[in-house]
Design a protein around this ligand. Structure first.
Ligand code: ADP
Length: 305
């Protein structure tokens, strides 16, 4: 349903999106995950036809976005990070305005809007959108993205302003939409946002797709959270030496060398305590933590930099 074909966008000689090539099938919920500045918004702006690629192309249902933006826009429901609404109109009136833009027929329009407002939990809210909280605006943004029954929904950081109930509602709504055959693309820098709902995740770092797969597949990378990697937090009362051990994968020391985070493939607590004791360095804290999914994903970004 969505195809990125060597998609590239260059700003001031730097690739914001660098040769992105991947495809998203009908009914998939695909998460584009990456830190700020990774190129997620730039990718989405090209997909929705709001900016043009420097090279490569995006296709939606086989249609090249640059060649026929109108045909593509009618198939996409897009929710930007901050959706623009008329502040002095109610939710119903705002959606009515967009429904007319889409050329929806009047009677089906009314029912569709009522159904959507109920779906996103804004039914019965009559006040003007200007008085909405950010979370309510985001709920309305989701309703707007679904309004024209699009084949593809594109959501940019969809849960940034939602409370836990809003997040749960959002997950239910996009899961149901995908089950009905809608293709969903979600961009986020928050792992939890994509890991719970996405059937596949693409990791974007510095404009490049550095890994792709289900969350389980990505977590199962060697040394990843699926591979029993462990993390140790060490704090001492005087500066500690650099540890050296075959099982040690990674070590980060604070500038004063009185605290450190070590990653290893086996439990190094005895080794750390013994090394410090031999050097006469008093230990303040030594804690073992499981390597989390968050740590695994962070390592993908770090490798790309
Ligand atoms: P993300 O959405 O992942 O946070 P963006 O797509 O917004 O990332 O940005 C990717 C890179 O492109 C960043 O380095 C950003 O500074 C740069 N960039 C984005 N838009 C522009 C623009 N209009 N002009 C110049 N640089 C831009």
């Amino acid at each position: 349903m969505i195809e990125f074909d060597h998609l590239t966008k260059t700003y001031n000689g730097k690739n914001a999106v660098d040769n992105l090539t991947t495809g998203i099938r009908d009914g998939e919920i695909y998460g584009l995950l990456g830190p700020n500045g990774a190129g997620k918004s730039t990718t989405i702006l090209m997909l929705t036809g709001l900016i043009e690629p420097t090279a490569g192309r995006c296709l939606v249902a086989g249609i090249d976005v640059t060649k026929d933006p109108v045909a593509v826009k009618s198939r996409i429901g897009y929710m930007p990070e901050d959706v623009g609404f008329y502040a002095n109109l109610s939710a119903e009136e705002n959606l009515g305005y967009f429904a007319r833009l889409y050329g929806m027929e009047r009677t089906s329009q009314k029912k569709r809007i009522a159904d959507l407002l109920s779906l996103v939990g804004l039914d019965g809210v009559t006040k003007e959108v200007g008085g909405y909280s950010k979370g309510m605006r985001q709920r309305l943004g989701l309703a707007k993205a679904l309004l024209n029954n699009p084949a593809v929904i594109v959501l940019d950081e969809p849960t940034a302003n939602l409370d836990p109930q809003g997040v749960a509602d959002y997950r239910r709504i996009i899961t149901e939409a995908a089950a009905g055959g809608t293709t969903v693309l979600v961009s986020s820098h928050i792992l939890a946002e994509v890991s719970r709902v996405c059937t596949r995740v693409g990791i974007l770092a510095r404009g490049r797709l550095v890994a792709e797969g289900s969350v389980d597949e990505l977590a199962a990378r060697p040394g990843g959270s699926g591979d029993q990697r462990m993390v140790f937090r060490v704090a001492t009362r005087s500066p500690m030496p650099a540890f050296s051990h075959p099982a040690l994968l990674d070590a980060t020391y604070a500038a004063d060398r009185c605290s450190a985070t070590l990653a290893a493939t086996e439990d190094l607590r005895d080794f750390i305590a013994d090394t410090l004791a031999a050097d006469g360095i008093p230990l303040r804290e030594l804690a073992k933590e499981e390597y989390t999914l968050e740590d695994t994903f962070l390592s993908y970004y770090q490798e790309a930099s």
